[in-house]
Design a binder for this molecule. Structure first.
Ligand SMILES: [Zn+2]
Ligand SMILES: [Zn+2]
Length: 314
């Protein structure tokens, strides 16, 4: 970045406290951070330490960020990643937004064939400690019920980035998680923004894709619970907010629907608990009803506030 562009860029950074990294600018953003003799070194480090919201658009900028935070990240062994270290820069990040291009790369990556990508995620994980994170919608649309489980693969990989973060909120745009073990522990709020369906803008009441998808979501919520319908102890303090449910399907997401779906999928009103005893599914839901009533929120499009990380509403 020429000086005539770089100086106003750094000044705007100081002004807005938001930094968006993408492949065409990232090398310039971090160009001077390792040269302490550079006259603007201290100012640039100070400006980067004023940033509160960091958007990482693609893998190229994630790599440059990892190297800026820890120049030795590629030669670290796995025991190092469990420790946190305080970097010299970006010390005050509280919000991180992950862009679509980065999410696509993580989803398609393979830990054996591309270990570098996972070292990038682990370097960022152990250097930064945000309290709010959002994941942009992948460009790959999951269309068939059988493919929905693909999303487990995505979250099974992003966990290398967020596993040890203590998050106030995790926002997911247009995708769904499946498995509690891939989420950071102790998240206060999980927010899911659903994608628009072309059918819902035409006023269609239902479409088979969305009905399948909602059925899958209810199954996922069921998976978060012990098999008798009670909310798992580790999720009892987590609020789940579902936004922009397409068509008129929002009313499907309620306590009665949950217990009805669970009874349908078990093909019985009772289930066997871990001690081998028969327990009523409906009684399990009733015991957890305060959790469901207080911690689940479903909002249609018009009622949704923008994402606090990236500002999007879908
Ligand atoms: Zn639809
Ligand atoms: Zn967002």
């Amino acid at each position: 970045m020429p000086k005539s562009v770089r100086t106003p860029f750094m000044q705007s950074l100081a002004h807005c406290k938001d930094l968006t990294l993408y492949k065409h600018i990232v090398k310039d953003v971090f160009a001077n951070i390792h040269s302490s003799l550079n006259p603007s070194y201290s100012t640039e480090i100070a400006l980067l330490n004023m940033v509160k919201t960091l958007t990482i658009q693609d893998i190229e900028s994630a790599k440059a960020l990892a190297a800026a935070l820890d120049p030795s990240y590629l030669i670290r062994d796995s025991t190092f990643w469990n420790k946190n270290h305080t970097p010299r820069l970006l010390k005050n990040i509280t919000v991180i937004a992950l862009g679509t291009s980065l999410i696509d790369t993580i989803w398609d990556s393979n830990k054996i064939k591309q270990p570098e990508i996972f070292k990038v995620l682990q370097s960022i994980k152990s250097s930064l400690a945000p309290t709010h994170v959002c994941v942009s919608a992948p460009s790959k649309r999951v269309m068939k019920l059988a493919e929905f489980h693909e999303e487990e693969l995505l979250f099974g990989k992003i966990k290398y980035l967020w596993k040890t973060w203590n998050l106030e909120s995790l926002t997911i745009h247009g995708a769904w998680f499946c498995d509690v073990k891939n989420l950071p522990s102790n998240i206060k709020t999980i927010k899911v923004f659903f994608s628009d369906c072309p059918g819902s803008s035409k006023g269609e009441k239902h479409c088979s894709r969305c009905i399948d998808y909602l059925q899958y979501i209810v199954d996922c919520i069921m998976d978060m619970h012990v098999n008798i319908g009670e909310v798992r102890p580790e999720l009892r303090g987590t609020r789940l907010e579902l936004f922009n449910i397409p068509h008129f399907l929002a009313e499907w997401i309620n306590l009665n629907a949950f217990s009805g779906f669970k009874i349908d999928s078990e093909e019985s009103t009772v289930a066997i608990d871990i001690h081998g005893e028969e327990k009523s599914i409906r009684d399990g839901f009733v015991r957890s009803s305060d959790c469901y009533i207080n911690n689940f929120k479903v909002l249609s499009k018009g009622e949704v506030a923008p994402c606090i990380c990236c500002g999007k509403k879908i």
